[in-house]
Design a binder for this molecule. Structure first.
Ligand code: AMP
Ligand code: MG
Length: 411
């Protein structure tokens, strides 16, 4: 039996970041950039107007006021997208729209609100400062600048930035494929009408969703009987995946063959049994770069062990730097007793009250009580050495409804 920290360390040591693939930028949302984005051009590419108004020589507007306007000759009309044909000389102005290129000779824009147009002329009602209401070439991004570093999670701003740099597709880390195998002679699929004693394979579905939620590609391989032959068949089929996740058949029972089968197909068992509750019988094996997780069959144990081991592995393989959920200290609404030497993962609902996080257990903590997960939005993580927590104590809670950490750098 290993300690939780050691087990997690072995998983993360074995999980290696996958290679990259190219995708159109709209397909990169939430993924990790596999290349540095370096600007091949200035943004903006030339000086342009930040306002609708008149491009002028600032010096010409000196002393201009509403009561004492300066009159300039309008030499040209420059809508956005048109290249100015003339330059602005002394005593002249060009009518200009937001985003249009600044004509040669002009060094400021007077907003239209501070002007009055008359036949071929414009009266300027306010002094303009040199450079005012201009967007300078390269003021957003300079050519050659590293704009988005490799390893960053792509969000809408990154997609907009790549588009503005003229980048239509970008390199991102590949998502791991995750084969999911349910095991158990008593386990049936939803569509089968369950005979007496049968249990619907909820794990196949919760695991599938957990894989999707953290950005993996789930492939469900159905349900294996509790025989070595059928397990071997399922595990062999799973070998095409980056990660193989099974549920059930990994405890001490007479028909618990998952570990044997992992070994038989050539995997090395890195650990079996972790000092934790729930999820003690979890097994982890490796074969070259493929990871094998033998999760326990109880629905809560299966989800918790996925959350604590498989999820960080998927995130690491997908190129993420932040592998863990956001943790908060929450004040407990009741007492909690536990066995020394085991790490506990209790299901809680965390709320914010009177400016602090509060955590309340979501009912019975049995590892078969799936409702305790349905009602939870966090996992209360209690370290090995602790034997009791009292109402009012603060304890660590892992927020499991939070999106992938690393989407934001603010934590
Ligand atoms: P096992 O780990 O195989 O001993 O299974 C432990 C418990 O989890 C048993 O009560 C099983 O019926 C249940 N179980 C196993 N696999 C699944 C599954 N795929 N979906 C729901 N419950 C399961
Ligand atoms: Mg079983």
């Amino acid at each position: 039996m290993v300690a939780f920290e050691e087990a997690l360390r072995r998983v993360l040591d074995a999980a290696t970041t996958l290679g990259c693939e190219k995708a159109p930028i709209t397909g990169t949302l939430g993924r990790i950039l596999g290349e540095d984005i370096i600007a091949a051009r200035d943004i903006p590419s030339d000086d342009n107007s930040a306002m609708d108004g008149f491009a002028v020589k600032a010096a010409d507007t000196k002393g201009a006021e509403k009561k004492n306007p300066v009159s300039l000759e309008v030499v040209e009309d420059i809508p956005a997208g048109r290249v100015p044909a003339k330059s602005v000389g002394s005593g002249q102005a060009a009518r200009i729209m937001t985003g249009a290129l600044i004509p040669r000779g002009a060094d400021a824009v007077v907003p239209v609100e501070n002007t009055e147009s008359a036949e071929g002329k414009v009266a300027i009602h306010a002094e303009a400062k040199k450079g005012e209401h201009l967007r300078r070439r390269g003021e957003d991004v300079k050519k050659g600048e590293l704009v988005i570093p490799r390893g960053k999670v792509v969000r809408p701003p990154e997609i907009g930035m790549m588009a503005s740099l003229g980048i239509a597709s970008a390199s991102i880390y590949r998502k791991p494929t995750v084969a999911i195998i349910a095991t158990g002679d008593e386990i049936v699929d939803i569509s089968d009408s369950p005979p007496p004693g049968a249990i619907i394979s909820s794990n196949s579905y919760s695991l599938y969703a957990q894989v999707m939620e953290c950005g993996g590609v789930p492939v469900s391989l159905g349900i294996s009987k509790d025989t070595k032959d059928d397990l071997l068949r399922h595990f062999r089929e799973a070998l095409r995946a980056d990660i193989v996740v099974s549920s059930g058949g990994v405890s001490m029972g007479a028909y618990d063959f998952v570990r044997d089968v992992m070994k038989e197909i050539g995997a090395t068992i890195q650990f079996w049994q972790v000092a934790q509750r729930p999820g003690k019988p979890v097994a982890f094996g490796t074969m070259e770069k493929t990871l094998f997780f033998g999760l326990p069959g109880n629905p809560v144990s299966s989800m918790i062990t996925f959350e604590e081991y498989v999820r960080p592995a998927i995130l690491k393989m997908s190129g993420h730097a932040n592998l863990f959920r956001k943790m908060v200290k929450a004040r407990l609404s009741g007492d909690f007793e536990k066995k020394k030497g085991l790490r506990y993962f209790a299901r809680v609902r965390v709320t914010i009250e009177e400016g602090e996080y509060r955590a309340a257990l979501t009912g019975s903590q049995g590892s078969g009580i799936l409702k305790s997960m349905v009602e939870a939005n966090a996992i209360l993580v209690i370290p090995e050495e602790v034997t009791a927590l009292k109402q009012g104590d603060f304890a660590d809670c892992q927020l499991i409804d939070e999106p992938i950490s690393g989407i934001s750098d603010m934590r």
